[in-house]
Design a protein around this ligand. Structure first.
Ligand SMILES: Nc1nc2c(ncn2[C@@H]2O[C@H](COP(=O)(O)OP(=O)(O)OP(=O)(O)O)[C@@H](O)[C@H]2O)c(=O)[nH]1
Ligand SMILES: [Mg+2]
Length: 475
């Protein structure tokens, strides 16, 4: 295989880097079906790589893609290829004789070292590693891979990762990120927005989340394993103790702590935030202060908050977001990536949460109850799925699900409120939670709700165990 590197830039690149670029191009091509096809035809591949300055790559980007911007890499394929395979018959003009050997030109790659240098800084890589990454990316484009559609992107990026690790460039980053803060600051809303689907219930009432919830975000550069936690508050029963333990465990497990505060909070540091930051700093874990609800906060309120936290704890990463609208979320992801360790991913893409359909069904019912009942009553409520029966058609496709759920309350008087006049309250809870469950399961659902009294279940270990609240997390 011939890889020609033509360096038009004046500095940045030495001979070692040029040699490494050639090896990376060969490594990216070697295992492809096209490589095998050419070998059987006794043909040798050829790739040209141009190292261009910012002006030149901008000019090429404008001419060939109609985008008047500097970019990091451009690929110009000389053959029609599709995900590693040749998708046209080779013609005589594709072949070129050099001495005894016959070569096939795969195309040209243009790299911009100046741009790569800036990007390398953003990802904590050296320039050489970034250029090798871009070379592999460019060769995969020549082979007909692209990242326009999610399916295609997944294929391309998985292959890219494999090649990078064969080159001993484990540039991929992965780690755990705890989303922490007081109740109601928007932790679960943020988690859902990061993952792009509803895996945690959200209500305007504090103490909605009772357990740690895992949601995994992955892209070509990193895997961020988010742990949504129960809002930290002073426990008044065994369930509360369990919730606090869950949050503490997330902090201990995490590589990065995202502490959520509301962007509109007064510039005062309360005990709770102080405890989280000092514990994280004691454990040498980086803390990102996420100022949430920017859609409703006054911009001027944020600056005093930022100065206060940065001066008190010597923190430097503050990311304003609106978990509700999604504003600032991409920036948050990029900030987290800079703080994650280099590592292989922990989870497969399909394994994006630990929440099962059964668990989520129970949570959607609890969410509907939290929305409808006032004051303290909803906190004494738990939901147990007693039956989850799926009907499937001849192809094994799910067509309908029957769910029976017991709603536990602490008192007879609460049971009466929950059932409502003429059964109206429980009926409405059933209707709205069924709609959510149907959306999740993507099929019709028959939902049957029963109300049962379990007095003081939040303090009774046997009831808590029945509800799968791990008994080691409360005394
Ligand atoms: N305006 C606005 N409201 C938000 C935003 N994020 C969350 N909320 C609202 O804040 C309330 C609490 O949101 P959750 O995501 O349940 O908060 P949490 O921190 O998970 O709460 P706990 O689980 O109780 O600790 C809900 O009414 C959300 O709709 C935001 O960015 N902007
Ligand atoms: Mg929550």
């Amino acid at each position: 295989m011939i890889v020609q590197v033509n360096n038009q830039t004046t500095d940045l690149i030495d001979e070692n880097i040029e040699t490494a670029i050639k090896s990376a191009a060969i490594e990216a091509f070697t295992d492809s079906p096209l490589a095998e096809e050419l070998t059987t035809m006794s043909l040798k591949p050829k790739i040209s790589i141009l190292l261009a300055d910012s002006r030149e790559i901008k000019r090429l980007n404008r001419i060939f893609r109609n985008i008047d911007e500097v970019t990091d890499v451009l690929s110009f394929s000389a053959l029609s290829t599709d995900e590693g395979y040749l998708s046209e018959r080779l013609r005589s003009w594709h072949r070129e004789k050099v001495g005894e050997e016959e070569y096939v030109n795969l195309g040209d790659i243009v790299l911009c070292p100046a741009r790569a240098k800036d990007q390398a800084g953003d990802y904590n890589r050296c320039l050489k590693d970034e250029l090798l990454f871009l070379t592999v990316h460019g060769v995969l484009h020549l082979l007909g891979f692209d990242h326009e559609e999610p399916q295609a992107e997944k294929k391309m990026f998985t292959l890219q990762r494999k090649i990078m690790s064969r080159l001993n460039l484990p540039l991929f980053k992965a780690g755990y990120v705890a989303i922490m803060g007081r109740p109601n600051v928007g932790k679960s809303t943020l988690l859902n927005n990061l993952i792009g689907t509803k895996i945690a219930i959200i209500t305007p009432k504090p103490q909605t989340t009772q357990r740690m919830i895992r949601g995994v975000y992955s892209d070509s550069e990193a895997q961020l394993v988010f742990l949504d936690t129960p809002g930290i508050h002073q426990p008044t029963n065994k369930l509360g103790q369990f919730m606090l333990k869950e949050a503490t465990q997330a902090l201990l497990a995490a590589d990065v702590i995202c502490l959520l505060i509301e962007a509109g909070f007064k510039p005062v540091i309360k005990e709770l935030e102080h405890r989280i930051i000092t514990k994280a700093q004691e454990l040498a874990k980086p803390v990102i202060i996420v100022l949430n609800k920017t859609d409703v906060a006054k911009k001027e309120a944020m600056l005093p908050l930022i100065s206060l936290y940065s001066e008190t704890y010597n923190l430097s990463t503050f990311v304003p977001v609106s978990a509700r609208t999604g504003e600032g979320i991409n920036l948050l992801i990029e900030e987290i990536k800079t703080k994650l360790p280099i590592s292989e991913p922990f989870f497969e893409d399909y394994d994006y949460t630990d929440q099962t359909e059964k668990m989520l069904s129970a949570e959607f019912i609890r969410e509907a109850i939290l929305y409808r009942l006032e004051d303290e009553i909803p906190y004494g409520i738990a939901v147990v799925i007693e039956e989850f029966a799926e009907q499937v058609d001849d192809n094994g496709e799910r067509t309908r699900v029957q769910i029976s759920a017991a709603v536990l309350t602490e008192r007879d008087s609460h049971k009466r409120i929950l059932i409502g006049k003429g059964g109206n309250m429980i009926k409405n809870i059933g209707i709205s939670s069924r709609q959510e469950i149907e959306k999740m399961l993507d099929c019709p659902v028959d939902l049957f709700l029963f109300v049962k009294v379990r007095s003081d279940w939040r303090n009774k270990p046997h009831h808590l165990r029945e509800l799968h609240f791990d008994s080691t997390k409360y005394s």
